[in-house]
Design a binder for this molecule. Structure first.
Ligand code: COA
Length: 570
């Protein structure tokens, strides 16, 4: 089928649906929902069999839904309507939630239902639920709706009187406002989670008006409700009336000014002099409830290194801390090191927000990419253990190449990879990609870089980028990873495999030293950071400040590419 995706942006859910439908042989083109005239033009150019709207913030123009079947993905149960579906589900502590695929008509979220899938709710950030449970449910529901459409015998119906869902308004700040003297820890976490990634819960901290993000419970530290009682690695710990919570990220509220998320201690810099640092050992128990970006755990000859950085972004300081942890892991008498990344993202490369906030974004970009390179180099040159990358969540740009540094790479089946840099203002990229990509994907590496499209785990496996993909969810995937790592550590051929790895590295080094790959990449990156062409700085600004799209890039809008080609030919 020819399917047009009409979407506010090419976000994670849209990317996942794109790879799932492309995998099934459908021809997909994408148009960002910018204005009605542009949307109507896109439909005229592409002449789709079906329109899918995975992430829309406005109604579809009548001129379109009257003549084409438009399937809208709504992150709510049958009958649920309104723009804050997940927010309400989290705040109200719904035990079960769902995704409904409905047909667009004159009323927002009120059309006939083509398919719906429910899931069990988890105490987690809205963005985490969206990237995991909602995405899986949306894929299942869209595929079912498409099967029903193809069958030609299905008639969608309006939700019956018994449907549990209902219309709910846009959730405002008054609905989520935290009262630190009254609210308990659970309520505070739900309020912050309901607004994380966006818009955040507005609050006051040390005299600063801020939006709060990246919250988790603290199990030991205690203090007077509302007080900031500790800090750790960019996060602050705030006492509640029955415990304490950590807040990792803040966004300053300055009327009339655009701001962006930064680590809490960076935003509150200067007001935290009396707040003690609360150190935590690298190998603190996984059962602890506390703020822990990097964690190391050992089981049966295998070391597991977790690095759960908010949004997968890795600043200079985070890369350096992770490198130190990795070096410690290397000193352990283990046979396998598994790089676990975070639960929602494996890694998204250098930290664009920290770079944007720096006095010299060019200098900070340079420091950050060098810190990333140091980490990648340490992984590539590990000669006394075998390494595995276990991608529970998505990886993008430098984060995807960080994974390629490992000897074996596995991904959860639903993971989406973006192993390319060009979308960030034609960034050349480093992380030794010029060595790692051809080593894995050969000639096809060039295409992957040029296409700038997301790759599903199955396709990444076919291309040789990863070794295998499995697991319907994070728990299933993690259990299998553990089994594979244990088996590898106990494999009778382990020593032979390790010797083979050392030989291959020595051969590669003799052919072209790693230092040369790095120097070549960094020479190009220097031009991106310090050269005449400001594209990278402009693209980073637009990304960090969430500047809305004003057109759909041609690598996504296939229908517009065709038109341009004809114009050129004529
Ligand atoms: N630095 C800082 N923040 C980052 C980031 C990075 N490298 N990558 C992602 N984020 C943040 C986004 O700003 C967004 O923040 P929010 O919580 O305020 O919404 C959040 O992570 C999720 O990103 P989003 O783009 O909404 O997720 P997605 O799943 O739709 O897309 C990517 C994933 C990887 C395609 C996209 O985030 C991306 O292009 N990131 C930049 C990668 C990059 O160029 N890195 C630098 C070169 S190594």
């Amino acid at each position: 089928m020819r399917i047009l995706f009409l979407t506010h942006s090419f976000n994670s859910l849209t990317q996942r649906l794109y790879v799932e439908l492309a995998e099934r042989g459908h021809e997909i083109s994408i148009e960002f929902d910018i204005n009605d005239a542009v949307t109507i033009e896109a439909v005229r150019l592409f002449q789709p069999d079906l329109i899918v709207a995975p992430y829309l913030r406005r109604a579809i123009p009548e001129k379109i839904w009257r003549h084409h079947l438009c399937l809208v993905v709504h992150p709510g149960i049958v009958g649920d309507r309104g723009p804050s579906a997940l927010d309400w589900a989290i705040l109200n502590g719904e035990p079960e939630w769902g995704v409904t695929v409905l047909q667009a008509n004159g009323e927002m979220d009120a059309g006939p239902v083509w398919a719906a899938t429910n899931f069990k709710m988890r105490e987690a950030r809205k963005s985490s639920l969206y990237r995991n449970e909602v995405t899986e449910a949306a894929v299942a529901a869209v595929l079912q709706a498409m099967d029903r459409f193809k069958s030609g015998s299905f008639t969608p119906s309006l939700p019956g009187a018994g449907a549990r869902g209902q219309w709910r308004p846009l959730m405002g700040q008054s609905d989520r406002r935290i009262d630190w003297s009254l609210d308990d820890t659970r309520t505070i976490l739900r309020k912050i989670n309901s607004a994380d990634g966006a818009p955040g819960v507005a609050d006051e901290l040390g005299g600063e008006l801020c939006h709060l993000y990246d919250a988790c419970e603290e199990d030991s530290l205690r203090g007077k409700a509302g007080e900031i009682i500790a800090r750790r690695h960019g996060a602050i710990c705030r006492a509640t009336r029955d415990g304490a919570v950590w807040i990792g990220h803040l966004k300053r509220i300055i009327p009339g000014e655009k701001t962006f998320k930064l680590p809490a201690t960076v935003v509150l810099n200067g007001t935290l002099a009396d707040v003690p640092e609360a150190p935590l050992p690298l190998d603190a128990s996984p059962d602890r409830k506390t703020y822990q970006e990097i964690r190391y755990e050992e089981k049966g000859g295998v070391g597991y290194l977790h690095f759960d950085f908010y949004n997968g972004a890795m600043s200079t300081e985070q890369c350096q801390r992770l490198l130190e942890a990795y070096k410690q892991a290397r000193q352990r008498p283990t046979r396998v090191i598994v790089l676990m990344g975070g639960q929602d993202f494996w890694s998204n490369g250098i930290h664009l927000n920290r770079i944007e906030a720096a006095d010299s974004p060019a200098d900070e970009s340079w420091h950050n990419i060098n810190a990333m390179d140091d980490l990648v180099q340490a992984i590539i040159t590990t000669d006394n253990q075998l390494t595995m990358a276990a991608l529970r969540g998505n990886a993008g740009a430098g984060g995807a190449f960080l994974a390629l540094a490992a000897d074996r790479i596995y991904a959860r089946a639903g993971v989406v990879l973006n192993p390319h840099y060009k979308n960030m203002g034609n960034l050349y990229g480093s992380e030794y990609w010029t060595y790692l990509l051809p080593r894995r994907a050969g000639e096809r590496g060039r295409e992957i870089m040029e296409n700038r499209l997301p790759l599903g785990a199955a396709e990444a496996k076919r291309l040789g980028l990863i070794d295998d993909c499995f697991g319907a969810n994070v728990d299933e995937f993690s259990a299998r990873i553990e089994a594979i790592a244990q088996a590898l550590a106990g494999d009778p051929s382990y020593e032979t495999q390790l010797a083979g790895k050392r030989q291959r590295r020595a051969r590669d080094e003799a052919a072209k030293p790693l230092a040369q790959y790095r120097a070549g990449e960094l020479e190009r990156m220097k031009l991106n950071f310090y050269g005449f062409d400001p594209s990278y700085h402009v693209a980073r600004y637009n990304f960090v400040f969430r500047v809305p799209n004003s057109w759909t890039p041609l690598h996504l809008a296939r229908h517009r590419r065709v038109r341009r080609k004809i114009a050129v030919t004529v």
